[in-house]
Design a protein around this ligand. Structure first.
Ligand SMILES: Cc1cc2nc3c(=O)[nH]c(=O)nc-3n(C[C@H](O)[C@H](O)[C@H](O)COP(=O)(O)OP(=O)(O)OC[C@H]3O[C@@H](n4cnc5c(N)ncnc54)[C@H](O)[C@@H]3O)c2cc1C
Length: 519
């Protein structure tokens, strides 16, 4: 096997997998290095006790919090990265998210690109990941250049009833865009069997549009692409001037290997990409590779989320529940008068609301302590919602390494006040749908273990000023000629939408730039 490639891509998730797929069509020789292996297809993929309670697919890794306490982060090192277990809710950021927005806890900074400039890659990502959706339903949405490739996943009766109630009350519910291979017009041809175990679970029948199924597997038959699994990149080395990456150092089992690429694209996820750069410190880059600005690892973001279990009068017989979203509180109300019934004035953007997949475990965990319902009733009548508020990029929310090379993640959630306001609006909204809260939890605020690392973003943000950003507008490191970062770490702000579609769209954008550069 050669050790020199046109491009070496590190990480095969939403960013790296999508970028490798974009580059591959050029015929250039690509090496894709993935720390994990393929996730095994087994019946346990769908077993909630194995997956959610037993953390069957969470990789054993130890990080340390700001106080130096060790914890096992809820991370997933597989071909496809976190998308192997993601919910495949594939929404776009709103146009306002690309500009500067005032929040109660500070500013959400502007991106170096506008929504209109970024939009063509959203359309490409929606087509690549076969998103089911309907543009135009949600008034907070920006313009779109292409319709979705597939119609939205239809609401089942109870969800349709909730949508109708909320629509009549003026909340503009919409069909949640989902990357699931469900063909409702032709059920026998449909891969997806509507089991609704996307979020948190791998898909046994490969009907979820994850980066493994959509981006990486189609490359395996190509002669110009080499995938190495169980290949952890530990360090990047540069030439004597520190201007280009000359060696990618890899640990495979007990062996240490070296690879070379004309271009090197780091996409190991927001935390691990920062780790690789910080570990690659040298005389030329004493604070870490590409870190003259001191920004590598800083501005870590996740999302401020609250899970709520509500219940109504009727039994909930829904199979596939994650079909509904509400963005009525996503943007600030500049008139400071909420147009929504019973809503309070809204100076700040509060965030988004979506239905969760049906989960008896969640229902029992959240509702039982409140003593609202008996256990069988909870499972029969519960409807789960997730409320998501934007988390701001604080410089002190950051990844660092200690002298022993161990990873520390310092994180304090922002915008708790806005999350509380969103909950208040949500309670009022629920009353219009004849639903009542039975219990809630705020997983991200509760600790770093799971939710606070699921939507990780922002540790190598892109921008025009090398003093305040790590990457330029093409996601090339300001300080190096051939190093790119193409995972969720490029985001200067996270909005209140899952980062996956934005990461995929950006990876296609960066991939197309690289195709032109390598030509
Ligand atoms: C349970 C769960 C549900 C989610 N649901 C949604 C959702 O519905 N919608 C949404 O928008 N987002 C969702 N997300 C978040 C979404 O999956 C991530 O935002 C997205 O995958 C980030 O892409 P990435 O490329 O930055 O990282 P990843 O997709 O995680 O890819 C990083 C890859 O790099 C590999 N890697 C790490 N270190 C190294 C190394 N040193 N060398 C080689 N390889 C390395 C990892 O194994 C991994 O394969 C969810 C996440 C989780 C955990």
């Amino acid at each position: 096997m050669t050790d020199h490639y046109d491009a070496v891509v590190i990480g095969s998730g939403a960013g790296g997998g999508t970028l490798a797929r974009t580059l591959a069509a050029s015929g250039k020789r690509i090496l894709l290095l993935e720390r994990g292996n393929f996730l095994r297809r087994e019946l346990r993929n769908w077993d909630p006790y194995e997956v959610l309670t037993g953390d069957r697919y969470v990789t054993r890794d130890t990080w340390f919090d700001a106080g130096g306490r060790p914890f096992e982060p809820g991370v997933h090192y597989f071909v496809g990265g976190a998308t192997k277990v993601y919910g495949a809710a594939l929404g776009r950021l709103r146009p306002a998210d690309f500009g500067e927005i005032a929040h109660s806890d500070g500013l959400s900074p502007a991106w170096p690109l506008s929504y209109d400039e970024f939009e063509p890659w959203y359309a490409k990502a929606e087509w690549l990941y076969q998103v089911r959706g309907l543009h135009g339903e949600d008034p907070s949405e920006g313009p779109w250049s292409e319709e979705y490739p597939w119609p939205p996943v239809s609401h089942e009766p109870l969800v349709q009833q909730i949508a109708d109630h909320l629509d009549r009350a003026g909340y503009h519910p919409f069909h949640m865009p989902r990357g699931v291979m469900l063909d409702e017009a032709n059920p026998p041809a449909s891969l997806c069997i509507r089991c609704d175990t996307c979020d948190g679970y791998p898909c046994l029948v490969h009907a979820k549009a994850d980066a493994d199924v959509i981006a990486v597997r189609p490359l395996l038959s190509r002669l110009n692409v080499t995938l190495l699994v169980n290949a952890e990149v530990t360090r990047l080395e540069t030439d004597a001037q520190g201007r280009s990456v000359t060696k990618v150092i890899v640990r495979r089992g007990d062996a240490h290997e070296e690879y070379r690429g004309d271009m090197v694209i780091l996409a190991a996820g927001a935390v691990n990409s920062a780790k690789v750069l910080l570990r690659s410190a040298s005389d030329r880059h004493p604070a870490g590779l590409a870190n003259g600005s001191g920004q590598v690892g800083r501005n870590y973001m996740c999302h401020h989320s609250t899970d709520v279990v509500a219940f109504g009068e009727k039994a909930n017989e829904t199979m596939f529940q994650q079909t509904l979203g509400i963005n009525a509180f996503y943007l600030a109300d500049e008139s400071r008068r909420s147009p929504y019934p019973g809503g309070s004035s809204r100076r700040w953007p509060l965030g988004g609301i979506e239905l969760l997949a049906r989960s008896d475990l969640l229902a029992r965990r959240l509702a039982a302590p409140w003593g609202v319902l008996d256990a069988p009733d909870i499972e029969d009548r519960a409807v789960g919602f997730r409320l998501t508020t934007e988390d701001l990029p604080r410089p002190d929310n950051r990844v660092t390494l200690d002298r022993r090379g161990r990873l520390h993640l310092a994180y304090r959630a922002t915008n708790s006040g806005q999350a509380a306001m969103l909950y208040h609006e949500f309670e009022t909204m629920l009353s219009h749908a004849d639903l009542h809260v039975a219990g809630r939890e705020t997983p991200a605020a509760a600790g770093l273990r799971g939710a606070a690392v699921a939507d990780q973003a922002g540790t190598c943000r892109f921008g025009t000023d090398p003093a305040t950003s790590v990457l330029d507008v093409n996601c090339k490191a300001h300080e190096l000629d051939n190093l790119y970062v193409a995972d969720a770490s490029f985001m200067p702000s996270a909005g209140a939408v899952g980062p996956a579609l934005t990461t995929m769209a950006n990876a296609i954008r960066v991939g197309e730039h690289l195709v032109r550069r390598l030509r």
